[in-house]
Design a protein around this ligand. Structure first.
Ligand SMILES: Nc1ncnc2c1ncn2[C@@H]1O[C@H](COP(=O)(O)OP(=O)(O)OP(=O)(O)O)[C@@H](O)[C@H]1O
Ligand SMILES: [Mg+2]
Length: 214
């Protein structure tokens, strides 16, 4: 299965979420490959830290960019059970190409109206890709949600997303939590990091199972 984590907006949490999912699949004993499709190279850096620190399970990561990405990924599909693509916003040729070989595209979005408005472009990209890849499914996940219950910025996204034909808003959300920043800096998923943040772990596990069943 090929999963892409994509958004045109910088800083929405693509690399963070792609890495969490890759590690959780690997923890289940799956053969996992991460593809860093962002010229910025953050996913490859996290994988390198993980390898240097000798954390297990290992996560293999390759960097692929440009419109040839789909062809390269097709060659890798027989070798891996799960391929997670960090489809950064800076290389739109790579993003379009990734959508041709993806089964599920997960789009992280920050809570707020300005962020919601950017989702139309992603929905259009999915619409175009569906002509070549009819199995493609799009999911939205709210990230960095304010953990104070009185702050309801996420509602703007939920309302806007209801009118996007190709992006289904997942129930799982990730809160704005230091544990996500701290663990990834050490090459660890949040369920491997210390001190344990049980809320962050529960959020990621819920997201993982929703993505698996989407
Ligand atoms: N749920 C969260 N809580 C707290 N910090 C987060 C959360 N998700 C991501 N971050 C932090 O926000 C920043 C941006 O996240 P990340 O790099 O994953 O986004 P991105 O979409 O890959 O960004 P880019 O567009 O630059 O590739 C990072 O410093 C990351 O540690
Ligand atoms: Mg990134």
């Amino acid at each position: 299965m090929v999963i892409s984590v994509a958004s045109e907006k910088g800083g929405a949490g693509k690399t963070t979420i792609a890495f969490q999912l890759a590690v959780l699949f690997a923890q289940q004993g799956k053969e996992v490959l991460m593809v860093d499709a962002d010229p910025q190279g953050s996913a490859a850096e996290v994988a390198a830290v993980r390898a240097e620190e000798n954390h297990h399970p290992e996560i293999t990561c390759v960097a692929l960019t440009g419109k040839g990405l789909a062809n390269e990924v097709r060659k890798l599909i027989p070798k891996y059970e799960i391929i997670v693509i960090d489809a950064g916003g800076r290389d739109s040729a790579a993003l379009r190409s990734a959508l041709l070989v993806t089964e599920k595209v997960l789009v992280p979005v920050l809570p707020g109206q300005l962020d919601a408005w950017t989702l139309e472009t992603m929905d259009d990209l999915i619409d175009q890709a569906l002509g070549f890849n009819p199995q493609l499914k799009g999911c939205l996940v709210l990230n960095k949600v304010d953990t104070h219950p009185a702050v309801r910025m996420a509602d703007a996204v939920a309302e806007f997303a209801a009118d996007l034909p190709h992006l289904k808003l997942l129930r799982s959300r990730l809160g704005y939590r230091m544990a996500f920043r701290r663990s990834i800096a050490e090459g660890l998923a949040v369920n491997e990091g210390r001190p344990r943040d049980s809320k962050a772990i529960a959020e990621v596990e819920s997201l993982f199972s929703e993505v698996c069943n989407a």
